[in-house]
Ligand binder design. Sequence first.
Ligand code: GLN
Length: 312
Amino acid sequence: MANDNLKHTDWQLIINEIANEVRPLLNEGKVADYIPELANVDSNAFGISICMLDGRAFSCGDAHTKFSVQSISKVFSLTKAFSILKDDLWKRVGKEPSGNPFNSLIQLENENGKPRNPFINAGAIVVADCVVSNTEDSLNTIIDFIRELACNKSIKMNQAMFRSEKAFGHRNAALAHFMKSYGNIEADVDEVLDFYFGHCSLSMSCEDVARAFLFLANHGVHPVNKRRYLTASQSKRINSLLLTCGTYDAAGDFAFRVGMPGKSGVGGGIAAIIPGLLSICVWSPGLDKYGNSLAGVKALELFTTKTGISIF
Ligand code: GLN
C-alpha cells in the first residue's frame, strides 16, 4: 500500500499532469452560493499539494491561495472533541454513513436527535458543543490548534465569510435547536453555532490543509512537531469515518473512485491521506451535486490511478 518507489521528480510530474488533465472540468461544477460569501471566488482556480511523512512537499497551481475550508475543519474539531471525551463522544454522535445530504434534517427526528456521524452538519454541531462545553475560549483554542497542525501561525478566519454563514445559517440553527430539544446540545445554542461557523470560515491554502492532515497519516503523531494528537486507535477511527462519511452521500462513490479516506468542504477543498505515506489537498471551487469539488474528486481519482497507491 505505502509503496514509495516513486522518485522526487515523479511526484511533481504527476501532480502537474493532473492539473492539466482536470483543467477542462473546472467550469463544469457549480460554486456554492447558499452562503453568499462563498460565491466570491474564482471558479477557475485549481490547486494541489502533497505533504510526505518524510518532509518532502509538492505543489502545483493555486496551492498557495487561501480558500474557505468549510467542512474540512470538522476533522479538526472532531480530533479535539475525541481527545477530550474519548469514547464517550459516541454516546452523542453516531458512526454510520447518513446516505443523506450534509445539511439534512430528516434522520434526526427518527433517531431522537443523535446525528448519524460527526461529518454531517448535525454531527459537527454536536462535536462543536463537546468542544465548547469542555474548553475555555473555545474558538481561539480551536484556531490555535489548527495553526499548530498546519505549522502556520497566520491562519485566520475570514470575517465576511463568518458573518455570511451566520446570517444565512438557518438550517444549521434549526439543527442545533432541534438537537437541544432532545438534550443533545449542552451549551448555549448561539455559542455553539458561533464556534461552528467560526471554524468553517477559516481560510487556508492547499499546503496548509495537507500539512494539518499529516498526523492522520502517521497514527496520530504529527511528523513535523512530533506531538501526539490522538492515539493510534483514535487516528484509525477518524480515518475510518473519513472513508465512510467524509464526502457525505457520495462517500461510496468517492471510496470507489479514489480509494483514500478524505474530507470535503463546500469551499471546494478536499483533504485525503494515505496512512504511512502522505497527505494531500486539492482545491477547485466548482462542486458536484453532492457538494464535493467536481474537479477535486477527479484529481484525487487520477492521483491514485497514476501512482498506483491507495489504501487498498
Ligand atoms: N459551513 C457549511 C455549512 O454549515 C459547511 C458545509 C460543508 O462544507 N459541506 O453549511
